[in-house]
Design a protein. Structure first.
Lengths: 518, 466
């Protein structure tokens, strides 16, 4: 037995390809996937058919044209579609930078599926949900430790939702000081998530976006030119999506505070700094964590997720309601916060996601959290050193400096040399069971790609990803057509984007497909 | 004997010291600490986080969490009459089977070339919802009904170029708070009162409609359970002043109830938790927004909209984002509202549910709920002092129960019921003071006649003892 696992490029890989029908094509009149129990005879005898009690205008005249399909065929259809989805468990999913695609422990899913969690109604008497409230409260306490903030709400449903909450709190805070009318500007940076800008605009703010310097960072000079009596606040990530930490962040926060603004820390990129540096140390008034990124809960193809929002004591009165209280004996829900921004999501957030995050933290403890951060940073800088040696690839900005948990790279040189784009490379990576993402728009970095290895992958798996990247780069130089016509071993070949932007041809549903494409 | 090395953490394969050393060596770095050189010492946290020691053994973790969960009593252990936006409907086994598939559960933002399945299944979800709602278009799920209603109102505002929204006052107060938070200050929310049946006051509506109004929003069934049969008239009034009609609907009702599109709704929104998703203490929600195939309206969606296309190989389908340029992903603050992670997995589960149910299942479910709710209402009305339904409008699976003449508060009644493992209906006394001591009762197909009869007997005793 050798002590090394082998690193290989899976040239024999092919994704599952079932040529599965569209669901509606499986329709066969008379088939049934599920039977609904009829009411008991005693009920029917008492009330009749139920429908007669309604005015005719309320009764549906034509049954919905849902397909009729037997149960096993329904199962098979969706199982086949699931096999045509790679997902994180089968992938070396480090090419989706900014999203922290780490391992989602199966035990946490099993615990969340427990009926004593899954089958809880949110309006049950608090005495019957003490366990659920304990989990929400304990998670709040742990997140306080990690961030230094004074109180968390788990109500926001995602990162973007948490951003909206921060903006709402900023607005309510200034309004409470009769300062709201004049403060109509929100500042963010180009390498912060698009929602930092977009959610501010939803609440009516004019958005000022700071651009990057040669180190990839916004400058203090630009910020000082931007701030003033109209500044409501600053929404910023750190490290930004380049993986570069802004060492002047304290001065940024101070500059905004000096003009009376508030500072909200978008901690989507927290995976490399758990236990290393805290929001409170930089002076932030608020922060949020994506439970589905940093805290190991699954992404579910795009949710359910969790955006845990933390604030300082001064802003705690503005949190969405209810908040969970603990008096040392009993947990309760408190909706009596007169200055609250109200509600932003139904009930208390995604409790099942909170449970998974709670279990993840408990499995690691304080030392484990720090180990997560350190290994994620080690893995990332290992990848940085190796990717920069791949022909045609580079890491713009801050030459020679280390990154935190991810890197925004560029295929600019490869594109100039071969005409092969990041998108071409991404499509070729699919032939090896892997994913490569470019970046958020706008593409400040030419031909961008973003890699975030997290703590979850072994060195051999990182090496496998590197070997595939190297091979695809070599293919681009040797045989660019091979890459430009990829994928060759995927579920489908290159998709005609024409119908997506043409109202005459777009088919968002089966009925539009029948009308326009058949 | 040398001290045994601590085992590495199962979630962190490279935590073995030898692996770390080898990796550091390869990148010519002396220590991990050096990699944090950009973080100034003034920002470094040198304390200790007060978090309990690791439960690295999975068996310990399971025992620990399960011990906490024993302090919950689930709806599977009780008779539940709570609804009010979150419903204990039956979840078919196949919904769990697919909703827990690792390939869907752990995927995120892949393209159709590696995550083809999620594009097809979410396109099928949009398609199934469109049939159920009798609309052309439905979005990839947003967070919940709260968000779907808020965004529908904002869409109507942009579509019409107007700022006022008229909202039926019989809405859930929580949902209203959320709409206010999301829509203000860009839009002005004006409430329209209810008539004595708890439904929209049409005279008040008419008096408030003018060419500054972007939209009229009401829910059918309403939060208090009432069914609005004057949809066509409301649509007529709304359209006459150039506004859009937005209707919130319960998808579990649409096998039997007329879809809002049939009486003129321009946008329909609501929640898909009822469609095969577990309640999860309120975490099982997912919002939908549907409309007709009109470019101008579709271009106002902030949501993902997946479309179907062909590939370069004949006979092959492909999928992708329709009109991506609308979104904040494409244009940050210049996109429509914002888009991010929401509730896609709940959409996948809802697709499985609707595929299983078909038109017959949805009809049978609707009939079942109507019958059972009517039965519960009749049985309640036999109790002295209890008025059920408490409002005169017809209802679907929920209705108000008026306890004002019993001399008992809803809180007292619910505490007494709890001793018998019965979760009484939602206390409305704080949310709707005008209703006094009233509660919102809900049935699903999981409450049996036997449980209802037992409940009536126990409630009779509770009220009789007063």
């Amino acid at each position: 037995m050798t002590s090394e696992r082998s690193v290989k490029v899976r040239n024999g890989f092919h994704q599952a390809k079932w040529d599965e029908e569209l669901l509606f094509e499986l329709h066969k009149p008379g088939e049934r996937g599920l039977v609904v129990a009829p009411v008991e005879p005693g009920i029917a005898a008492e009330v009749g058919d139920g429908l007669s009690a309604l005015p005719a205008a309320l009764v549906r005249q034509q049954a919905p044209a849902l397909p009729e399909i037997g149960q096993m065929r329904v199962l098979k259809h969706f199982l086949r579609l699931s096999q045509e989805n790679l997902g994180g468990d089968l992938n070396i999913d480090i090419g989706q930078g900014t999203c922290t695609m780490k391992y989602n422990p199966k035990i946490n899913d099993a615990l969340a599926a427990d009926p004593r969690m899954a089958k809880l109604h949110p309006l049950q008497d608090p005495s019957t949900v003490q366990g659920a409230l304990e989990i929400l409260h304990s998670l709040d306490l742990y997140l306080r430790e990690i961030s230094g903030m004074d109180r968390f709400s788990l109500q926001p449903a995602s990162g973007s939702s948490a951003i909206l909450n921060m903006v709402s709190i900023i607005q309510a805070y200034h309004a409470s000081r009769a300062d709201g009318q004049t403060r109509d500007e929100m500042i963010t940076t180009i390498f912060s998530h698009p929602s930092d800008a977009a959610a501010a605009a939803v609440k009516g703010y004019k958005v000022i976006t700071l651009l990057q310097n040669e180190d990839g960072l916004p400058t203090l000079e630009d910020l000082k030119r931007a701030v003033g009596p109209r500044t409501a606040g600053l929404l910023i990530t750190n490290p930004e999506d380049t993986g570069i930490f802004n060492p002047q962040i304290q001065a940024f926060v101070r500059a905004v505070h000096e003009v009376g603004g508030l500072c909200g820390y978008d901690q989507a990129n927290a995976n490399g700094i758990l236990g290393i540096t805290r929001a409170v140390d930089a002076g932030f008034d608020m922060c949020f964590f994506n439970l589905h990124k940093t805290f190991g809960t699954p992404h579910g193809c795009g949710g359910p997720a969790g955006g845990a929002l933390g604030v300082t004591q001064a802003l705690a009165p503005f949190l969405p309601v209810p908040v969970v209280e603990f008096d040392g004996h009993r947990y309760s829900l408190n909706a009596d916060l007169p200055q609250s921004i109200g509600k932003t999501r139904a009930y208390y957030g995604t409790a099942q996601v909170a449970l998974k995050a709670y279990a993840w933290i408990r499995a690691l403890g304080a030392e484990g959290l720090r180990e997560v951060a350190e290994v994620a940073v080690l893995n990332n800088n290992y990848m940085l050193a190796k990717i920069c040696r791949i022909r045609g690839a580079s890491a713009p900005y801050a030459k020679g400096r280390d990154r935190i948990e991810q890197v925004r790279y560029s295929w600019e040189q490869l594109y100039k040399d071969t005409g092969v784009t990041t998108e071409d490379i991404a499509l070729r990576m699919a032939d090896f069971g892997m994913h490569l993402w470019s970046s958020h728009h706008p593409f400040i970095v030419p031909q961008p790609f973003t890699v975030e290895p997290t703590e979850s992958y072994s060195k051999e798996e990182l090496d496998e990803y590197l070997a595939v990247l190297s091979q695809v780069s070599a293919e681009a130089y040797r045989d660019p057509q091979l890459v430009k016509t990829a994928p060759h071993r995927s579920v489908c070949h290159r998709i005609d984007p024409g119908p997506f932007d043409d109202p005459k041809r777009w088919a968002i549903t089966w009925r539009l497909y029948q009308r326009k494409m058949k | 004997m040398a001290e045994r090395e601590r085992p590495g953490h199962p979630y962190i394969p490279n935590s073995a010291p030898a692996v770390k050393a080898a990796m550091l060596d390869e990148i010519h770095c002396g220590s991990i600490e050096e990699l944090y050189a950009d973080i100034p010492e003034s920002l470094r946290f040198r304390g200790r986080m007060n978090i309990p020691p690791a439960l690295a053994a999975e068996s310990q973790l399971r025992q620990h969490v399960e011990a906490i969960l024993t302090r919950n009593t689930s709806c599977a252990q009780a008779t539940n009459f709570l609804g009010a936006g979150c419903y204990n409907h039956y979840v078919p086994a196949i919904c769990d089977e697919i909703g827990r598939r690792s390939e869907f559960l752990t995927a995120y933002a892949g393209e159709p070339y590696e995550d083809f399945g999620r594009f097809q299944v979410l396109w099928e979800y949009q398609s199934l919802m469109a049939e159920l709602l009798d609309m052309d278009v439905c979005n990839v799920p947003t967070y919940d009904w709260f968000q779907a209603a808020s965004t529908s109102i904002r869409m109507a505002g942009r579509y019409t170029g107007r700022r006022r929204a008229l909202v039926a006052a019989n809405i859930s107060p929580d949902r209203l708070q959320s709409i206010r938070n999301y829509c203000e200050p860009v839009m002005e929310i004006k409430m329209i009162g209810s008539d004595r049946t708890g439904l929209l006051d049409l005279e008040a509506l008419d008096a408030n409609l003018d060419d500054s109004v972007a939209t009229v929003y009401f829910e059918n069934p309403g939060y208090l359970g009432g069914l609005e049969s004057r949809g066509q008239r409301i649509a007529g009034l709304t359209h006459a002043c150039g506004a859009l009609l937005v209707v919130g609907a319960d998808p579990s009702s649409l096998g039997v109830l007329a879809p809002p599109s049939s009486y003129g709704a321009d946008l329909v929104c609501g929640d898909i938790q009822s469609l095969g998703n577990h309640m999860n203490f309120g975490g099982g929600m997912g919002g939908f927004i549907a409309c007709r195939d009109e470019e101008k309206l579709i271009m106002e969606y902030p949501s993902r909209l997946f479309g179907i296309s062909r590939t370069e190989v004949p006979g092959e389908f492909g999928f992708g984002d329709v009109a991506y340029d609308r979104t904040s992903f494409a244009h940050r603050e210049h996109g429509k509202e914002f888009i991010g992670t929401a509730a896609a997995l709940h959409g996948i589960t809802a697709a499985v549910y609707l595929a299983l149910m078909g038109p017959g299942g949805m009809r049978d479910l609707g009939v079942h709920l109507l019958q059972k709710a009517q039965y519960l209402s009749r049985r309640l009305a036999t109790l002295p002092g209890v008025r059920a339904p408490g409002l005169d409008a017809p209802f679907f699976k929920e209705f108000v129960v008026d306890f004002n003449l019993t001399g008992c508060t809803v809180a007292e009644i619910n505490q007494a019921l709890l001793k018998h493992d019965i979760f009484g209906g939602k206390d409305l006394s704080a949310e709707f003071p005008a209703l006094g001591q009233s509660a919102l009762y809900c049935v699903t197909e999981l409450v049996s006649q036997q449980e209802i009869d037992r409940f009536i007997s126990i409630l009779g005793t509770i009220l009789g003892g007063k």
